[in-house]
Design a protein around this ligand. Structure first.
Ligand code: HEC
Length: 127
């Protein structure tokens, strides 16, 4: 009956041991790690009625919409985070005027960007 309490500790131990060898091979979960980043930093503008969704067609409210991209096409290239438009914008590699998030929103932390990139490099799965 104590097994269920051990599981989170084991998960943390596994995560920590993964830190020795960079890059970490921990599997990134879309629902647990990626969606919360979008919810906190992007959804105000990229939900159904947000200015970002209206201007570009990009909604970040669920997996299907994220992979669909803008009305011009995908912003995520599964397996290739470096050339994924979404990553280029959040890393600030584009024209400053179009970096994401727009407005007075704080930029993503380097940890959040790393998580995003790992998720895309692992195939941008719906996990
Ligand atoms: C304050 C509003 C706002 C926030 C917050 C915001 N966006 Fe945007 N986004 C926009 C607008 C407006 C556009 C339309 C194109 C433009 O104006 O640059 C856009 C366009 C985009 C595009 C498409 C660019 C293209 O044309 O190829 C991507 C990708 C994107 N946003 C990602 C994000 C991500 C990821 C976040 C969160 C980290 C985010 N945005 C947060 C307003 C926002």
């Amino acid at each position: 009956m104590h097994h269920s309490q051990l599981t989170p500790l084991l998960a943390i131990a596994l995560l920590l041991s993964g830190c020795d060898s960079s890059p970490s091979v921990a599997n990134i979960s879309f629902s647990k790690q990626i969606q919360p980043i979008f919810a906190q930093h992007c959804l105000t503008c990229h939900n159904e009625k947000g200015e970002g969704a209206i201007a570009s067609g990009l909604k970040l409210s669920n997996y299907k919409e994220v992979l669909k991209g803008t009305r011009f096409g995908p912003v995520i290239k599964p397996g290739d985070s470096l050339s994924s438009t979404l990553v280029i914008l959040v890393e600030g590699r584009a024209n400053p005027a179009i970096n994401m998030p727009h407005g007075n929103q704080a930029p993503l932390s380097s940890e959040q960007i790393q998580i995003l990139r790992q998720w895309i490099d692992q195939g941008a799965r719906n996990n």
